[in-house]
Design a protein around this ligand. Structure first.
Ligand code: M6P
Ligand code: ZN
Length: 184
């Protein structure tokens, strides 16, 4: 075969990968253009250093046609908006993605190029398919960490620019103690 087989082990408490892994931490300051309310109610002064989520991926993956990443979103909000990933389209219009929920609960927002949004629930045990052509953002609406494994092609590519330009047209916010989808 052109590429070697690999087999890794996902570890818990804390969530991680055995062997060599790459860890990317996204803090509130890295997502300054994402959250509507930049005033943080969890932390009165607002903490730009607060970790919102991290992505753990195997160190070497570029050669394979499939790879994966584990995303861990901390519970909490920025203003009334639940912690979420930045979100992206794939650069390749024919590349979808498969999410497997490992722990916690939340929602995946999917948005087409015209700004129309649909959502799917994600929780431990859920399998969610994200079709090609839809931007995806994951939101932690639960009390604990939301952890999921994403399987995708390393050739898919991340298009963040389109999201920076127009954002998602829906937000997930807390209203009367419950998660609600509202117009952005
Ligand atoms: C999932 C996958 C990754 C992605 C990560 C965080 O693990 O979709 O490709 O990088 O979530 O999402 P984002 O890149 O939008 O911050
Ligand atoms: Zn993706």
């Amino acid at each position: 075969p052109r590429v070697a087989a690999f087999a890794h082990k996902v570890t818990r408490e804390p969530w991680g990968l055995d062997g060599t892994a790459k860890i990317d931490i996204r803090r509130q300051k890295d997502l300054a253009d994402c959250f509507a309310g930049q005033k943080d109610t969890d932390c009165p002064k607002g903490d730009p250093e607060k970790e919102i989520y991290k992505v753990i991926s195997p160190a070497e993956q570029e050669q394979s046609d499939l790879t994966y990443a584990i995303t861990i979103i901390q519970p909490g909000k920025v203003g009334d908006e639940y912690h979420m990933t930045r979100g992206h389209f794939h650069k390749r219009a024919d590349a979808g993605e498969l999410y497997f929920g490992l722990s916690g609960s939340g929602v995946i927002l999917m948005q087409d190029r015209l700004g129309s949004v649909t959502k799917e629930d994600i929780a431990e045990g859920a399998v969610v398919y994200i079709p090609p052509g839809l931007a995806h953002r994951t939101v932690n609406t639960g009390q604990g960490e939301l952890v999921f494994l994403a399987a995708y092609s390393p050739q898919a590519g991340h298009d963040y620019e389109s999201i920076v330009r127009r954002g998602f047209s829906k937000r997930v916010v807390e209203r009367d103690g419950r998660a609600e989808l509202v117009d952005a």
